[in-house]
Design a protein around this ligand. Sequence first.
Ligand SMILES: [Zn+2]
Length: 276
Amino acid sequence: MTKQAYLTLDDSPTRHTDNLTDWLLEKNIPAVLFCIGSSYKDLHLDCEGIDQNSDPIRRAIEKGFVIGNHTLTHRRANELSYDEIIREIEHTEKMIEDLYKEAGHERHHKLMRFPHLDRGCGGWVVDYDAAGIHKKNLEILFGKGLNITLDPPSDEQVEKKHNVQDYLKREGYSVKAYKGVTFDWYQETEMAQAADSLYTFSTSDWMMNPDFEPYRKDWKYQSLEALKQKIDDDPWLHSEESVNIVLAHDHNNMFDVTTSLIDHMQKQNIEFLEIS
Ligand SMILES: [Zn+2]
């Protein structure tokens, strides 16, 4: 029986990126770092971007980690026009390309993850049928009370999302790097054919970020121990011959939480796979 997963970390670079990549390297855990191009403030977060703090990302490339695109300013795609979304992606892409060149490493994968998982349609991550059949699944995937809306998107938003997907495919973005993902909903919806990276399990580590305290009010998992229990209780993560895509974060003030959760997964015999 094997339990395998691809580890993805959002919101680099931070003050902790060097420590985090050193820690992962020591544990022999491969990962994708989805990076933000420009410094931004969002809710209570104050993150550095590649333009402020590129060294840890160049060093991450040198250490063998894969760098993905998490847009320029981490804004929600449903609030941006098509042209604005493309600009957000292209500016960051150029920075990532330059860092690969500086590091002298060939780039094998173009990976992209939308901030807040907003792919142009707000909280409606995937297409849905007229009966809204995927709504229940959205809640399964993300849990209730998160910062997403479950309002159905407008026709224009859906069209924008499809146009962005077409753009990403033309530019060579793909999820082929994540091989054999077993999560049912991933296979049954557009997630497996998407050009951008989605995920099948969230560590929800960001909920333990001290800056997010006000948002934890109605949240089911109020402690690190509870988040470890969430890992233990997840049926997909622990099913036989499973392959998942796991989401965690590189945030300031979160190094201990994020590494504890990753460590806990390893202790549960979840093997982290190299993006090949
Ligand atoms: Zn993010």
